[in-house]
Design a protein around this ligand. Structure first.
Ligand SMILES: Cc1cc2nc3c(=O)[nH]c(=O)nc-3n(C[C@H](O)[C@H](O)[C@H](O)COP(=O)(O)O)c2cc1C
Length: 309
């Protein structure tokens, strides 16, 4: 797959996942074969204003990531034009714009999926990005807001200069209900001449094969299927699986290079729950991890446990 001038070696990518796509998780998934790894959505305004600390802590990267993608959300073209030139964005290979987030506090600010209902503004945002960076600019969209307008929207984004579209096959109204409509993603793939990444409900190698076959998309993005399961990328790409315990400990070590112990402890609890999911004895481990008083205690729990072997 080629995105603008950027050659991508592989066709399966890790999604932006707020609260989970931290620097450690992105590195581990990249090592298992994710060809592109996205930061969680970061506020373009947050980069502009002084109180950017919260935004900046989402934007750490390591060279384990093969293609580093930053995802921005914004409703005002001015802030996008500023953000794509911000020094902290320089290390990223591509810039993705969130046009799919369904959360009410984002939508009410005309950000995320609200843009699906405002094609002129969505186009201005893409143009503002394109006019101010030479990096590829991509859009992550849903099928529509209340009803489907994916083909019309996708064509408009292409016209505005987007270099690739990622399509999550649900409307905003559907939130996460039902199944991703892969047939609707296929219509977008047919309509545009830029590459498309298909997204929604890929939880296994078989799903990867099925979504590719049914959509004809150039790539596949995985979010929930990768949580607690970075080996989904090795299973798709033919790399070797790694033991969960190794990946968890390395995930923590990478986070530690960038964040203080308290931050890592608090943030890794969510990952613990995912890594434990479905494993025998997971309730007890999860409980102990949640009750642990600091990061070292959590690390000891992981090391001592045989649940992940
Ligand atoms: C907890 C959570 C956080 C998410 N955060 C983001 C985000 O920051 N940006 C974004 O574009 N999509 C976000 N998404 C949507 C996912 O990237 C993806 O489009 C969606 O989950 C469907 O893919 P899946 O079936 O593989 O999970 C999030 C999803 C979840 C479950």
């Amino acid at each position: 797959m080629k995105i603008g001038n950027l050659q991508i070696n592989g066709d399966v990518v890790l999604a932006p996942i707020a609260g989970y796509s931290d620097v450690g998780f992105r590195a581990i998934c990249a090592k298992q074969g994710a060809a592109i790894t996205y930061t969680e959505m970061a506020s373009a305004k947050g980069l502009y204003y002084d109180k950017a600390a919260k935004t900046l802590e989402l934007l750490n990267t390591t060279d384990d990531e093969k293609i580093k993608a930053v995802q921005l959300f914004e409703s005002e073209p001015f802030f996008i034009s500023y953000a794509v030139k911000a020094p902290v964005i320089e290390k990223f290979d591509l810039i993705d714009i969130n046009m799919g987030c369904p959360v009410p506090k984002i939508v009410k600010n005309n950000e995320g999926s609200a843009l699906l209902n405002n094609i002129p503004l969505a186009k201005d945002i893409v143009k503002a990005a394109k006019d101010n960076t030479s990096k590829p600019v991509t859009v992550k969209m849903r099928l529509g807001f209340d009803t489907i307008n994916a083909v019309e929207f996708a064509l408009a984004m292409q016209e505005a200069g987007a270099d690739l579209l990622t399509v999550h096959g649900r409307t905003r109204k559907e939130m996460y209900m039902g199944h991703s409509h892969w047939d609707e993603i296929a219509k977008v793939v047919k309509a545009v001449n830029i590459p498309v990444i298909a997204n929604g409900d890929v939880e296994s190698y078989q799903d990867y094969l099925d979504i590719k076959a049914q959509t004809g998309a150039d790539g596949v993005m995985i979010a929930r299927g990768a949580l607690g399961n970075p080996n989904i990328f090795s299973q798709i790409t033919g790399k070797e699986d790694r033991p969960l315990k190794d990946m968890m400990l390395e995930h923590i070590e990478i986070m530690r290079q960038f964040h203080n112990e308290h931050y890592v402890h608090a943030n890794f609890k969510k990952h613990m729950a995912c890594y434990c999911k479905g494993k025998r004895g997971n309730k007890e481990i999860k409980q102990r991890a949640f009750e642990s008083k600091d990061l070292q205690e959590m690390i000891n729990i992981i090391k001592e446990s045989d649940i992940y072997d």
